[in-house]
Design a protein around this ligand. Sequence first.
Ligand code: ADP
Ligand code: MG
Length: 274
Amino acid sequence: MTESPAAGPAAPLRAEALTRVYGSGALGSRHAVHAVAGVDLTLGAGEIVALVGESGSGKSTVARLLAGLERPTSGRVLLHGAEVGTLRGRAFRRYTRQVQLIFQDPFASLNPVHTVRYVLRRSLAIHRPQLRGAARDDAVRGLLERVRLTPVDRFLRAFPHELSGGQRQRVAIARALGAEPAVLLADEPVSMLDVSLRLGVLDLLRDLRDTMGIAILYITHDIASARYFADRILVMYQGQVVESGDSESVTQRPEHPYTRLLIDSAPDPERVVR
Ligand code: ADP
Ligand code: MG
């Protein structure tokens, strides 16, 4: 199914006929897993798009392909019109800076031996090496303020085990912001958090979109949270996008039976909103 290109040529990120096959022999083999099969996707500047589907539908594989962590079996990814597969060296590193991935598990994504200050200084050292000394420390403070971890001094000294899941996820988001990304790929960013913390993290991400114009791909199995958070929804089923449209239409007037199933199986449509 082809998605209408709402964003036009200026779209930061675009995927065309994205396909990823795992296992022996790749395409055509009986043992092959077609994790992603012909996905078209456009993420416009400052847009929040949700990729919704059950476990195993291919969402994380799409994220890895978009982040440049894996190469597609076929199809292509374009950032500002440039095909990622052709980028090498510095151009490829610039790409990986501009497209940052936020993972599901904030407990696994932070090294327990490092303070928050260390984690953020390191991100800046990698992505913005021109910032040194006091300028780097100022930028670290700015990142913490951006993700609303204040008072800043308290969080600078903290180790991951001293933080809640929501606070850890904010540190992970701050670390990603250190790269000054155009796009955040958030792979189930709140599904491991206490229900009471989910809304705060989603509202933070939306605020980053509103104030910095960052485009966000929000990956989730929870269509109710997608409706709350995203401008558009793409429903993924067995590696393919089976339905897409603006969030209201997809959730109010679903056309594909699988979308209806996702809506009906959401136990409490208000739970992300409380
Ligand atoms: P989701 O994130 O929606 O749960 P995934 O993208 O993780 O889905 O997985 C999609 C399908 O691809 C699943 O059948 C999964 O088992 C398979 N898969 C994912 N990664 C690999 C891999 N590295 N090797 C083999 N199969 C994989
Ligand atoms: Mg996944």
